[in-house]
Design a protein around this ligand. Structure first.
Ligand code: HEC
Ligand code: HEC
Length: 358
């Protein structure tokens, strides 16, 4: 073999080896989809929130107890004596909050994309923000909740534990959590914190984050990049009920979306066995009743009730939370109205065919 060929093959070999090494390295350095966002931020030198629990400190027994508390109102459903002291006699947290991801893009709070997403996943469409990723937020009870409830909300604004206590007593109409329950809930909320996979990162962004993690030093730019992928608070705009003249009564509505709203939102509380005495169902009489009141400002008007909610009274604690603009848009209200009208009038619409509307 002459020298030229030798050198050429050596160079080729070197190139191949470098390529193999770099591709291997790239694979290794990409941040993993399964990593908790909060954990990655802490490793990059971000300030840890007060409620921070690192992934390796997560206690599976406490996670389970916290999960039971949120879904059932007590830490251990097999312990009969705990039933007496359920967190609330009227609600469980999941009457108003989901516990899974509910927005396809976590940097936007949009009730339209949310409805499509939750309907696809067989989840509910609720007035409270999902508790998935609540541990990744830095503010709770935001904007209009703060404007309207000022003093009540101040301690809950910046501390997750206080936000939970406020909701336990005021939203759930129950008692505050004791220290053990609160600790369990923190473990549960950490376990349902955002993971890297939830952020819709590109492969090269994952590589940037992975590389930064290997350097083991504070990296504000990468922290910023990660935080740009989700909102660290849940926006909340209160709406006044539309004036009667401005109501379109479903004219511009989409009945399929309306049906989704009725079933995934209203019925979750108003069905037989739900949290309220005021029952809604799929009978025509129910829709006729809702249609009848819709052009008034009375409590049975869906325009009014959704924007104002109800208040709990002494002797009757269950109440209905108002829907903010971010949780139910005016367009969605119109969709709901379209469905209500169609179901109220269905014998005229489908006369003679015997085919129900849906
Ligand atoms: C009757 C309905 C209802 C029940 C029951 C309820 N909540 Fe809430 N909760 C709300 C509403 C409405 C808000 C207002 C802010 C939001 O979630 O968008 C809220 C806010 C919160 C927040 C702050 C969310 C944020 O991002 O601003 C937390 C945390 C919370 N609730 C936890 C709980 C826990 C834990 C329970 C059970 C012990 C519970 N809630 C029960 C309706 C409810
Ligand atoms: C988180 C639970 C919850 C959700 C979701 C909910 N409601 Fe309610 N709603 C209540 C409670 C509790 C009351 C209080 C009245 C009662 O229990 O008798 C109420 C009251 C009402 C009332 C007035 C009845 C009265 O007796 O004062 C109407 C009308 C109503 N809801 C319609 C709706 C519609 C339409 C939707 C869907 C857009 C909806 N609700 C979603 C819990 C809920």
């Amino acid at each position: 073999m002459n020298n030229k060929i030798k050198i050429a093959s050596l160079v080729t070999l070197l190139v191949v080896v470098t390529l193999v090494i770099t591709s291997f390295k790239n694979k290794e350095t990409k941040v993993k989809d399964s990593e908790y966002v909060q954990e990655v931020l802490a490793l990059l030198g971000d300030n840890k929130p007060l409620h921070y629990i690192s992934a390796n400190q997560l206690d599976s027994v406490k996670v389970e107890q916290g999960k039971n508390l949120v879904h059932l109102g007590l830490t251990d459903p097999t312990n009969k004596t705990l039933f007496e002291n359920k967190q609330s006699k009227h609600f469980v947290c999941t009457d108003c909050h989901n516990t899974q991801k509910e927005d396809p893009d976590l940097s936007i709070s949009n009730p339209d994309t949310r409805l499509t997403y939750v309907a696809h996943k067989n989840m509910k469409f609720l007035p409270g923000t999902t508790l998935y990723g609540t541990a990744n937020k830095s503010h709770w009870y935001n904007e209009d909740y703060f404007k309207k409830y000022g003093d009540l909300v101040v301690p809950a604004r910046d501390t997750l534990q206080n936000a939970i206590q406020l909701c336990a007593v005021v939203c759930s109409q129950g008692r505050a959590l004791d220290d053990n329950e609160m600790e369990s809930m923190m473990h549960y909320f950490t376990s349902i914190g955002y993971k890297i996979k939830d952020l819709n990162l590109t492969e090269s962004e994952k590589e940037i984050i992975g590389n930064a993690l290997q350097k083991n030093s504070k990296n504000s730019l990468v922290i910023k990049l990660i935080k740009s992928k989700y909102l660290d608070y849940s926006p909340a705009t209160f709406m006044k009920p539309q004036s009667i003249e401005n109501r379109t009564f479903g004219k511009e509505g989409n009945e399929y979306r309306g049906k989704q709203i009725y079933e995934l939102s209203c019925l979750t509380c108003h069905k037989e066995g739900g949290v309220t005495n005021y029952k809604l169902n799929d009978e025509q009489l129910t829709f006729k009743h809702l249609k009848y009141w819709s052009n008034t400002h009375k409590v049975f008007s869906v325009y009014d009730i959704t924007r104002k909610g109800t208040y709990s009274k002494n002797g009757y604690k269950p109440y209905m939370p108002n829907y903010t603009k971010e949780r139910l848009s005016d367009q969605q209200l119109d969709d709901l109205m379209k469905y209500i009208n169609l179901m109220a009038d269905k014998e005229t619409m489908f006369k003679g065919t015997g085919t129900p509307g849906f």
